[in-house]
Design a protein around this ligand. Sequence first.
Ligand SMILES: [Zn+2]
Length: 440
Amino acid sequence: MAAKTTILKGRALIDGTGGPVLGNPVILIEDERIRAVGRAGSVEEPRGAEVLDLSDYTLLPGLSDCHIHLAMFNCLTFHNYRVAQWEVTPELQQMYALFHAQMCFEMGFTTLRDLSLNSSRGLLTEEMCAVRDAINAKLFAGPRLLVAGWAHITGSHLDLILPRAVLRPGFQTADGPYELRKLARTNLRIGCDIIKTCASGGGGTDKEEPDVRNMTQEELDAIVDEAHAFHKTSAVHCFTPDAQRMAVKAGADTIEHMVFTDDDAIRRIIDAGITVTPTLSHRTDHAIEVRREMGTAEFILRKMKTIQPSCYETFQRMAEAGVRIAMGTDMGYDPEMGMGAGELEIWVGLGMSPMDAIVATTRNAAEAMKLEKEIGTIERGKIADILAIDGDPLQDIRVLKERERIKMVMKDGHVYVDRRAGHEKQVMAPEFNTWRIVDK
Ligand SMILES: [Zn+2]
């Protein structure tokens, strides 16, 4: 069969490399790959190609969120997560995860690294792998997904996503290097792409303090080694500089959150070339307010507010020191599925340039996921994951949050969302905001 050829003509191109903006860009796509990119007139336009007129819009690579929890009870789809936790089966939760993935996809997120979840009926690795596989099999439209399996100790931050008194079924946590290797291997057998773990306590759960050590060095070494043995990656939740040093020593691939740090930890992270996802979206006052409305305990909200200034300060220190930062929101309960670009707005408010923020959610994110050969930039040979935006995100990053301005979403060379005048193509089955919030 002859290749399908598509030509995109835009107003401006931000290619994701951080290089200069190109005016009047033309992108030639053959099947799912970019064959040529250049200024109008410099790119061959084969006859018979389908031409998409995007000449009013800015083109940029599909966005990535490297830290999301699609199976969490998002505030757009649930009213009270504690109710939802007891009323929703893993099977229904899986369908919500697919729906949440589509909500992000519609807003230009063509790749998501899902860091999975713990439920009252076990880890959701199987459910999340099934969502990924169903999208890959083209049963449903959705973003490219990388899915994590969890390997964490009893009483860790990840364990305490569930209330303490919940009966925990089966093999959900493990202790000691070999038991943790087995938990990691069990998840890898299911087919996860990443092993997620936590080396310190966290912010949004229970009474546990951020500086509680969540495993020994020996245990963390075992988990990371197991992920690497299967040619997979590891993501390590670290709130403290001690946890960050442990993650560097273990050879972790990404560090999540940071929150507190020191010069020594930052230097080690840079020397090791580890990417960090700061996840500030759910540290804001808005996010805390959303949690309050959803029934989160007051002592957790107080803890979230207490760590807020450190999160912002650590982000600024990392950006200044030159840590490679990739975009991750930690979205789950808050703020709202699909609103991931709000993370970039926070960063720009903290002094990062809009261009650097865009690179963090395109090229750097692809690097963090080891997908840099395939996605993350608009360059010859890459997979055609491309957005058309009404507006200039370099002037106002908030345009990436506005649904009506995301005019086109292309993944693998295929147009999934088209909001240009006269075209009304979307992915989600219900119109936006017409579904029922089940527990309201
Ligand atoms: Zn998380």
